[in-house]
Design a protein around this ligand. Structure first.
Ligand SMILES: C[S@@+](CC[C@H](N)C(=O)[O-])C[C@H]1O[C@@H](n2cnc3c(N)ncnc32)[C@H](O)[C@@H]1O
Length: 281
């Protein structure tokens, strides 16, 4: 099963960025969640997506409805519990792949969202099972969004990605000329819009709709993304003959190289697509 959860660093550097909050809020609002709804928040992390959902549940006298936050990393659940202390949030410690074994009622939730995380389920069969489990426990609509997908790069972002990896290797004293160009996220086997639409439809969702939304990313966004250890592992894979270069060192090299490459490209922002996909059960 495809359950590798990140462990190197917290998600906070990304989730705390105003742009990350804007992206989560804008994708959540499109669901038109009304007070009184029950929402499943898959891969809820430290609670950023739950915060966006809770805004939709505010009624005239406080929150009306509930959020169930599913998250595999206990320490992230603890952060969310502290942040959302007084909110109507329940927690389930587990992976999306566990949903089918949780004995949840059919249509236990009105809406399910999966914010910035569906790409973690890489295996096709595992994704199919997860989608079927989500369809079973969702009454009205399921919506997911991610930028770690095949259609993410637009404009000069592909050029940026190549230069960024090279600059990071140089920072680590690794000779990139001798080395085959490292696999970047763009070369990893990832799904794009068409594959997600197919996966949703094959899992039985109806009225499946999807789209790409472009956001302009300032360097701090890539500095935050380079703190995700799974991202680092793909963008700057470990070097077999250099066991002294740890994951943390590779992460720091990526973080340290972002502004250098933005300066070299003479840009303040770079465009990147987020994919959203939704379906009715
Ligand atoms: C980038 S964070 C997104 C957190 C939050 N939903 C947001 O939008 O800010 C991705 C989250 O997915 C969790 N995750 C990783 N693999 C997962 C899986 N197989 N099933 C469910 N969650 C997973 C991680 O632990 C992490 O909290």
């Amino acid at each position: 099963m495809d359950k590798a959860a990140p462990s190197l660093v917290d998600y906070d550097p990304f989730a705390e960025l105003p742009l990350a909050q804007h992206i989560i809020e804008s994708f959540t609002e499109k669901l038109d969640i009304q007070p009184g709804s029950r929402i499943l928040d898959v891969g809820g992390g430290t609670g950023e997506s739950a915060i966006a959902i809770l805004k939709c549940l505010k009624g005239p006298v406080g929150w009306d409805g509930s959020v169930t936050l599913l998250e595999p990393e206990e320490r992230l659940i603890e952060v969310a519990q502290t942040r959302l202390r007084d909110a109507p949030v329940k927690y389930i410690h587990g992976y999306a792949q566990d949903l089918e074994h949780l004995n949840l009622d059919r249509r236990a939730f009105d809406f399910t969202i999966w914010s910035n995380g569906i790409h973690y389920v890489v295996d096709q069969k595992a994704l199919a099972n997860v989608l079927k489990a989500i369809r079973r426990c969702t009454g009205v609509k399921f919506r997911a969004w991610t930028t770690f997908m095949a259609d993410a790069y637009v404009g000069r972002t592909a050029r940026f990605a190549g230069l960024w990896v090279r600059a990071a290797y140089q920072r680590l004293g690794v000779d990139t000329k001798k080395r085959r160009r490292a696999k970047s996220m763009s070369m990893r086997r990832v799904r794009g819009l068409a594959e997600y639409v197919t996966a949703f439809s094959e899992a039985g969702f109806t009225d499946v709709r999807a789209g790409l939304e472009r956001f302009e990313l300032r360097p701090e966004v890539y500095e935050a993304i380079a703190c995700f250890d799974d991202y680092v592992e793909n963008a700057l894979p470990s070097i077999p003959d250099r066991p002294d270069i740890t994951l943390r060192m590779r992460s720091e090299a990526l973080v340290g190289s972002v502004r250098e490459v933005y300066d070299r490209l003479a840009v303040d922002t770079l465009p990147r697509n987020w994919l959203w996909v939704e379906g009715a059960p």
